[in-house]
Design a protein around this ligand. Structure first.
Ligand SMILES: C[S@@+](CC[C@H](N)C(=O)[O-])C[C@H]1O[C@@H](n2cnc3c(N)ncnc32)[C@H](O)[C@@H]1O
Length: 276
């Protein structure tokens, strides 16, 4: 499958997820997007781009930071995500947000035309992350700031639960839990190296914990079915599902706290830099 076909597969996944996306009651994309924007340091009046905007977790934080004199462009491969973001912006009466379907490509957007760019939980879905990141960086003016969020490690119980699903992952699946843990995504050092290879300056990459609190393994399944992780659940043959759920439940029990709830921790990796 070539790169365009693989991106088409990613767009189709997020078209399918768009309706329930981030509606599961678990604070996840919004705190990650808000923290990413904070670390990327947009200023009032900036022209900003949010790449892989989804339903706007980072776009709305960017809009607030750049203020009414600034401007935000949001791009996403998934038409359904873009439609939801457009509707939400209209509901909020926002006029300085431009929303487009597609890639953040220099073929469609002028080089060096943005002061700040974000991509929250996006790059690990791309079949050519090195090349794609260099193209994103070229959209920023010299000294412009770029910030990416990706994932660091999960706690031991969460890792064990995902390992149950990863047994079924199809080869070359583009997902935070497969492609998102290898190569440039493996560590803060390798993320910094990705930025440096593209020519970025003032690079910082570090992990911050995010806790997810859920009652049980079934709630974890319901929530993860609204994420990219749905791809892994869908790869489980129906006949294996009861055993898989049982193994996931056993794994997650190690995170049950004194309050009777599961406390799961994901390290979120924030990497920022500036354009040369
Ligand atoms: C996990 S979601 C994150 C969405 C949003 N940034 C957030 O934090 O809620 C990933 C999004 O990136 C989009 N996407 C993946 N690869 C992309 C690319 N190369 N260019 C633009 N959008 C992309 C997907 O369609 C999807 O909406």
């Amino acid at each position: 499958m070539d790169a365009a076909a693989r991106r088409g597969h990613v767009a189709a996944l997020f078209d399918q997820l768009a309706a329930g996306y981030d509606q599961g009651g678990v604070p996840w994309f919004i705190p990650i997007g808000a923290r990413l924007v904070e670390l990327t340091r947009p200023r009032p009046g900036d022209r900003a781009i949010d790449i892989g905007s989804g339903r706007g977790a980072a776009s709305f934080a960017l809009l607030e930071a750049v203020g009414p004199r600034g401007h935000v462009s949001a791009v996403d491969l998934s038409p359904a995500m873009v439609e939801r973001l457009r509707a939400e912006a209209a509901d909020r009466g926002i006029t300085h947000l431009e929303v487009q379907v597609g890639e953040a490509s220099p073929d469609r957007l002028a080089a060096a035309s943005f002061d700040v760019g974000t991509a929250s939980l996006v790059l690990f879905f791309d079949p050519e992350p090195e090349r794609t990141f260099a193209r994103w960086l070229s959209l920023l003016r010299p000294g412009g700031r770029i910030g990416l969020s990706t994932f660091g490690p999960t706690d031991a119980a969460w890792t064990a639960a995902e390992a149950v699903l990863l047994r079924y992952a199809p080869p070359a699946l583009l997902d935070a839990r497969t492609s998102g843990r290898v190569g440039p995504f493996a560590s803060t050092t390798s993320m910094s190296a990705l930025f440096h290879r593209a020519g970025a300056l003032e690079v910082d990459s570090h992990d911050e914990p995010l806790e997810v609190v859920l009652p049980d393994a079934l709630a974890w399944r319901s929530w993860t079915m609204t994420l990219g992780l749905r791809q892994l659940w869908e790869a489980v043959p129906p006949g294996d599902l009861p055993d898989v759920l049982n193994d996931v439940e056993t794994a997650l029990e190690a995170d049950r706290g004194d309050d009777g709830l599961l406390h799961l921790t994901q390290q979120v990796r924030y990497t920022t830099g500036s354009a040369p």
